[in-house]
Design a protein around this ligand. Sequence first.
Ligand code: GRF
Length: 199
Amino acid sequence: MINMAVFSSHNGSNLQSIIDACKNKILDMRVSVVISNNSNSVALKRAKEEGIPCFHISSKKYTNSNELDNRILILLKEYNIEMIMLAGYMKKLGKKVLQRYKGRILNIHPALLPKYGGKGMYGEYVHQAVLKSGEKITGVTIHLVDEEYDTGSIINQCKIDVKNNDTVESLAKRVQKREKSFLIETLKLISEGTIKLEV
Ligand code: GRF
């Protein structure tokens, strides 16, 4: 059983699908701790409701980025975390966490990277850009996390059709639905060892 930390800034719907898949024994993993930079996030509420230890850690509380990094590392150690999932986490991780968990930090992105990634490419901005470019296919990417936004090695991708009459909303809805099942499929491949991380 892999002990996982999930980092999430807002709604946490991907967090919820991981929790559900763990509860339903679809995944041989455990969400042992949830961390959010946003004290009002639905993600923290979801974790509380599920009885999962959760923490608000932000630069408002820790003005020194080194302290923030250390606080996160202490929690990850305390909960014996082996792997980190960034699911809608809007902050960059600090150097120490990146180093300590190198090769074991994943992010989910709602497009086919390396296209439509990077700073400012999140949420509806991604789908807006995909539609503006006239893409016929978009998708979901799960990748390793490095120092930059959305640039780490790609672990798994799935494709999703863009329809002629798609709006940002309709495309977002389709991607958001698919990304959850794809995330669970990918985590399952990791927990079974088909996709190898240094866990
Ligand atoms: C998802 O679309 C994910 O791909 C992206 O951020 C969004 C998070 O949604 N990285 P939620 O907070 O899990 O509902």
